[in-house]
Write a protein that binds this ligand. Structure first.
Ligand code: SF4
Length: 339
């Protein structure tokens, strides 16, 4: 571990000043991924800026538009169990509680959840090349063991996936990320926050050096009744998704007024395709239409040597999760997904 400065800013503006534009400085909140990365020798911060004493970032409040503002410093657990989140955005609660373990959710923060890095095993192994860790060195996952890897949006430089569950729901809910930095404040639509790898796989997101996430805004919606989050993984708890699906439906009787479907575990960012959602608009909420939407959503999917199974798995997961969203009882605690 390298020597570093440990700083405790007393305000958001002081935190931003301390970060400057030095990309090797790091904010720390829960530290649940940052400390892993540090111990694996994957980062060497010159300064560690501890933002845990900034109450301005640690609240959940209603917005003037009728939505919610989630402080970046609120823990995943506090967010999932907040009464207003449970009431208005139960899809988000359900997705958060599908992730990690209770202990980690008690420490991990909302801002940190967005910034967690891929769990590609090669990325964490400094003995092998990795374009994300060491640009230009190669990608051993392509042609190697790639069971966990991407089927959508990958590049010939990186086929890693983004591991978050929470972010899959935030993508479906059209969340907006609020950030502040040396250039002032910005609002980033969730779809623009995370990146595809392209020819710069080292970059996970569109934050500028030194920018701090302050909050996540959830716009009002009509998805609190018909929603579902389905996570498929190799073991039932404390495992990352092979495929996950967040589905939110606004129904008029048996007709779909509006649909949102986001996939996790399949790409370098939560995956949506508005064409699939537009297809469902005005259609009957029946299996055949969900299957057709799944085909649109999975257009362009490409499997590698060990993960081709994800393509049919994702299709089945989309259909099953959409049918579960029609049945609010399937979302109650303890309810088992139908076969
Ligand atoms: Fe590195 Fe990405 Fe390849 Fe994994 S998939 S080894 S993170 S370049």
């Amino acid at each position: 571990m390298n020597n570093f400065d440990y700083l405790q800013p007393q305000s958001v503006s002081e935190a931003v000043d301390q970060a400057g534009t030095n990309d090797s400085n790091r904010f720390i909140a829960g530290g649940t991924n940052l400390l892993d990365l540090w111990k694996y020798d994957l980062l060497h911060p010159a300064a560690l800026i501890d933002i845990n004493q900034l109450p301005a970032l640690n609240s959940i409040t209603e917005t003037a538009e009728g939505g919610l503002r989630l402080g970046a410093l609120c823990t995943n657990a506090a967010t999932a169990y907040h009464p207003l989140v449970e009431e208005r955005y139960p899809l988000l609660s359900k997705a958060i509680l599908a992730g990690a373990s209770a202990q980690i959710r008690n420490m991990a923060t909302n801002g940190g959840n967005l910034l967690q890095r891929t769990r590609c095993y090669y990325f964490y192994d400094p003995a092998v090349p990795c374009n994300k860790r060491n640009p230009g060195s190669g990608c051993p996952a392509i042609g190697g063991y790639n069971r966990m890897h991407a089927i959508l949006g990958a590049s010939d430089q990186c086929i890693a996936v983004f591991p978050s569950d929470m972010c899959v729901a935030l993508a479906a809910l059209n969340a907006v990320v609020l950030v502040t930095g040396q250039q002032g404040d910005r609002s980033i639509p969730f779809a623009d926050f995370h990146r595809l790898p392209g020819d710069q796989p080292a970059l996970d997101n569109t934050l500028l050096p030194g920018e701090l996430i302050t909050a996540i805004d959830l716009p009002p919606n009509r998805f609190a009744t018909n929603y579902s989050y389905l996570k498929l993984r190799d073991r039932h708890s404390y495992a990352f998704a092979l495929v996950s699906v967040a589905t939110a439906l606004d129904l008029d009787g048996d007709t779909i007024r509006e649909a949102r479907i986001a996939l996790g575990g399949v790409a370098h960012k939560p995956w949506r395709n508005e064409l699939a959602e537009q297809f469902l608009q005005g259609k009957a909420a029946i299996e055949a239409n969900f299957a057709a939407a799944a085909d649109i959503l999975l257009q362009g999917a490409q499997g590698y040597q060990h993960n081709g199974f994800k393509i049919p798995l994702a299709k089945k997961a989309i259909i099953r999760n959409s049918l579960m969203a029609l049945d609010p009882a399937s979302q109650l605690p303890g309810a088992q997904p139908s076969a």
